[in-house]
Design a protein around this ligand. Sequence first.
Ligand SMILES: N[C@@H](CCC(=O)N[C@@H](CS)C(=O)NCC(=O)O)C(=O)O
Length: 209
Amino acid sequence: MIQLYTWGTPNGRKVSVMLEELGLPYAAHQVNIGKDEQFKPEFLEISPNNRIPAIVDEDGPDGNPISVFESGAILIYLAEKTKSDLLPADVRRRTETMQWLMWQMGGVGPMFGQAHHFMFQPKEDVPYGKKRYHNETKRLYGVMNKQLATTPYLAGETYSIAYIATYPWVSRHERHQVDLNEFPNVKRWYDTISERPAVKRGMAVPFAN
Ligand SMILES: N[C@@H](CCC(=O)N[C@@H](CS)C(=O)NCC(=O)O)C(=O)O
């Protein structure tokens, strides 16, 4: 059984979507980051960076429990545990998947996150910060739109963990004030994948935000 520690944010939802896609049994536990529950000592033991999501797999690779934090590392761990084609074994397809996963982890997550911060939680109004991260968010949508003009999914022909990592962030497009009609390939991709039953279930798991 996998214990999932999460909250209703894009990074949290990546993991519940993945668990639903894989059909793995899991129990979801809420870590209310609005109430600083991410700083509780018992949570810090499995997630020392005080961020959700984190998992504990009671049936780890050597039969002993293993804990994993960082959503990208969790997606890779779960794909490898189940030998899932969501992280292809073939080196070319695996590398394509990993590069778009890293693009999400190093670009989309931090930049969209900062856009949300400056747009909605400012302790002071910082117009330069708002503009900088909104522009960077739109640049990343442009990169995605170009990539999706030639491939059905971000990392080639098949659905993968690169997509699972990116989708929950795009689901916040209204919040970061991006009109998907300006990025028609992203819109097609987003609308298609939104229909996947596992995506619907996974997006509904973490707790309201
Ligand atoms: N790179 C990390 C980012 C995780 C992250 O930023 N989580 C946020 C919610 S989306 C969080 O737990 N924030 C709590 C805090 O800032 O103290 C990942 O992908 O897992």
